[in-house]
Design a protein around this ligand. Structure first.
Ligand SMILES: [Zn+2]
Length: 427
């Protein structure tokens, strides 16, 4: 038997204005009021009821794709869905129950709470991001998570150790994050992504890592594999081998948002594989029951799936940019990281005195703030707004004003701070 798995990483950053608790209008998402509404209509809801068509193009059935795949839906997105699209939230939770009934193991896995880059976080923040992600999962799905998706698959050994310490059994990484592997008692050698591996931490703990299949995942994300669900099923089945597991892992938004009607290709794949005699579409927890990891892997650290320079995309002028013409113009990333870290250190453990301050302080590390090309984009301004919220709450609680320190560290980014962030407060 060959095994295959489709994993979707579903995520939207918190978009609420922290001073009003509401999402400000985002004209770029028109005709929807904001991007969360738009992507819900294009992807999240369609995947809970993805159509199967007959030869005349008529709908002959629907599939909740979440029940047949593996997925992590971020806590900030689940909280938004619960309020604004409760049918979608309920269908995702119900899908997990259906997977348990069919495979013995649920389809949902947890995610670091605020989508922070955990190798760049302080140890205290890292542990809180993991613990909050687990607690959110338990509250929604009514069970402990087996696994956690690391934001941007950003990893180092200390991050894996923190996951293991929290009771997390496995995670998913990109193939290029694997350095080498060895069989029990064997020598180090290049890896094969079709088996899970044990990674041992410096602190003596261990965790299982699945490395996804690179070519198939690229096919879904970038190379048009979702044009034809039959073909998608064949390619994925061929990527596996006897007793092996081939896993596709991409942003979940590939299925309907990045690729129009991608959810229909996924529904077709589910149907095709359901009838394939020698291929089983499963999830990693179910697979591990009869195929426990015995080989060991060493990871590349720090590393991530969307920066070829470790975790530079969120901390340095590493060369990564959306627009190639702007590559190398991202010195602001380090400036912003340094300023945030200075603010974090100045507040110290006093953020624990106020849940609102603690939340704002952690939200300011949402990874999207660093991902794009300039400090004046929607996402960077959003995390600066969280920093302003943290400064404001800290001032109210302690009387201490940390804005001068923060502005000094922002240096050239002070422009953005004054013109965009201050505008949000109307002054
Ligand atoms: Zn990079």
């Amino acid at each position: 038997m060959r095994y295959v798995c489709v994993h979707g990483h579903f995520y939207q950053p918190p978009r609420e204005n922290p001073f009003t608790g509401r999402v400000d209008p985002q004209p770029s998402a028109a005709p929807w009021p904001d991007w969360n509404h738009r992507i819900t209509a294009e992807c999240y809801r369609p995947n809970t009821r993805a159509p199967l068509l007959d030869e005349h193009g008529e709908i002959r059935g629907r599939i909740n794709t979440f029940a047949h795949t593996s997925s992590d839906v971020g806590p900030t997105l689940m909280r938004w869905l619960e309020r604004h699209a409760p049918d979608v939230h309920e269908a995702i939770v119900e899908a997990d129950r259906q997977a348990i009934a069919r495979l013995g193991h649920g389809s949902a896995i947890a995610q670091g709470f605020h989508h922070a880059i955990l190798p760049l976080a302080s140890e205290r923040d890292r542990l809180r991001e993991i613990a909050w992600g687990i607690r959110d999962f338990q509250g929604r799905f009514g069970r402990d998570p087996d696994a956690m998706w690391l934001p941007e698959t950003a990893v180092d050994l200390d991050t894996l150790d923190a996951l293991a310490r929290a009771g997390i059994r496995w995670t998913i990484l990109a193939p290029r994050q694997c350095a080498e592997v060895r069989s029990p008692g064997g020598g180090w050698q290049p890896f094969d992504s079709r088996r899970p591996y044990v990674v041992n931490t410096r602190q003596g703990r261990s965790i299982v890592v699945f490395f996804y299949d690179g070519p198939t995942s690229r096919g879904v994300a970038f190379d048009g594999l979702l044009h034809d669900g039959d073909h998608f099923a064949q390619v994925l089945a061929h990527a596996s081998c006897d007793a092996g597991l081939a896993m596709v892992a991409t942003d979940g938004e590939s299925y309907g948002h990045h690729h129009r009607h991608g959810e229909m290709a996924l529904a077709k794949l589910i149907e095709v594989l359901d009838h394939a005699p020698d291929v089983l579409l499963t999830n990693p927890s179910a697979y591990l029951v009869h195929h426990p990891a015995t080989w060991e892997a060493r990871i590349v650290e720090p590393s991530s799936w969307s920066c070829a320079h470790g975790v530079g995309r969120w901390s340095a002028n590493c060369g990564c940019a959306m627009d190639p013409a702007r590559s190398g113009q991202q010195a602001w990333r380090q400036t912003l990281r340094t300023a945030m870290d200075a603010l974090r250190d100045a507040i110290g453990e006093r953020d624990a005195a106020s849940p609102d301050l603690e939340r704002a302080r952690l939200q300011m590390y949402t990874s999207c703030g660093w991902f794009f090309d300039g400090p004046d984009g929607l996402e960077a301004v959003q995390i600066l707004t969280y920093a302003l919220r943290a400064i404001t709450l800290h001032r109210e609680l302690s009387g201490e004003d940390l804005e001068p320190l923060f502005v000094e560290r922002l240096g050239p980014l002070d422009d953005v701070w004054q013109t965009q962030v201050r505008t949000i407060l109307g002054g």
